[in-house]
Design a binder for this molecule. Structure first.
Ligand code: CP
Ligand code: NVA
Length: 312
């Protein structure tokens, strides 16, 4: 597999390899510090980023390469040059392209038109690199035997909810989403894809609209911002109201297992999707997840550039 365009592109063996290498990079960040020596990695983002940008630039540096950060409006792409021509030019100068933008189809086209690996660093539909960091954190906390455990995402049925369902399916987990019904539920095609993957992985996929039912006996409560980058401001007031029952509070945490954890990809809005008491409390693993953005992107670059990710 040349690119990582979607979470669903990864096989279980790919994820196992990536998380194992990421665990090594957590302990020995410089163990492969010539892997990208004298090479560059382009990082092109048309949306803001704190973690993914810093993690990506650090990962490239730790592999001995040079990151070239390109802000959305810096390229001639914004003045009418095609995606395909842009991809050919980036392929001339970089060994990989990490891209964050709106439309998944733009990232797909960059992948098709580039001769180098292209990594999806978040689109409106998906966030594959985040889930690698999330799952190494889950393994650190619970070990690899996750039988009998329930992994619950609460809130907006957005890109994170999609990636949560698909990666949980790949990992053979009991994954649940609890979102409002209707326009803020996860995309039906993504739910169908998760169920298709679950047939061979042994995962259980449940889609709920009641946060309390979903949270009963959970090992993880995961949430994300209620207003994602690019969401229409005109919908803010209605969305905040509809999502209010899905906020992760201490009351909701009380319904979960004794050893349960709270997860969030960040950035967080305390008092909206999560209370300060929960995110800043003892069950929160959000800083460890953020730490692993670097270890997992480093592992991904390392193996993708070497052609070692096989795909599904
Ligand atoms: N979790 C995440 O992707 O954070 P950034 O938007 O800061 O990159
Ligand atoms: N759903 C959020 C995730 C941020 C990491 C967004 O797309 O803005």
């Amino acid at each position: 597999m040349k690119d990582l365009l979607r979470t669903a592109d990864l096989s279980r063996a790919d994820v196992d390899l990536l998380l194992s290498t990421a665990a090594d990079f957590a302990v020995h960040p410089l163990m492969a510090n010539t892997a990208l020596a004298n090479r560059t990695v382009a990082i092109y983002m048309t949306k803001p980023s704190t973690r993914t940008r810093l993690a990506s630039e650090s990962a490239v540096a730790h592999l001995g390469g040079t990151p070239i950060f390109i802000r959305g409006d810096d390229l001639q792409l914004g003045r009418g040059e095609t995606i395909s021509d842009t991809a050919k030019i980036i392929s001339e100068f970089a060994s990989a392209l990490i891209v964050r933008t709106y439309a998944q189809s733009d990232v797909d086209e960059l992948g098709r038109s580039s001769s180098i690996p292209v990594i999806n660093a978040l689109t409106d539909d998906d966030h594959p690199t985040q889930l690698l960091a999330d799952w190494i954190t889950i393994h650190e906390k619970f070990g690899k035997d996750i039988a009998g455990r329930k992994f619950v995402y609460l809130g907006d049925g957005n890109n994170m909810s999609h990636a949560w369902l698909i990666m949980g399916a790949i990992m053979g987990a009991h994954v649940v989403t609890a979102t409002p019904a209707g326009k803020w539920a996860p995309n039906a095609d993504v739910v169908a894809k998760a169920r298709e993957i679950a047939k061979t992985s042994g995962a259980t996929i449940e889609v709920f609209h009641d946060p309390e039912v979903a949270s009963q006996g959970a090992s993880v409560l995961y949430t994300d911002v209620w207003m994602s980058m690019g969401d229409p401001e005109a919908e803010r007031a209605e969305k905040m109201k509809v999502l209010q029952p899905f906020a992760v509070t201490s009351e909701l945490m009380k319904l979960t297992e004794k050893d349960s954890i709270f997860m969030h990809c960040l950035p967080a809005h305390r008092g909206e999707e999560v209370s300060a008491e929960v995110i800043d409390g003892p069950r929160s693993v959000v800083w460890r997840e953020a730490h692993h953005r670097r270890t997992t992107i480093q592992a991904l670059l390392y193996h993708l550039v070497r052609g070692e990710i096989k795909g599904r």
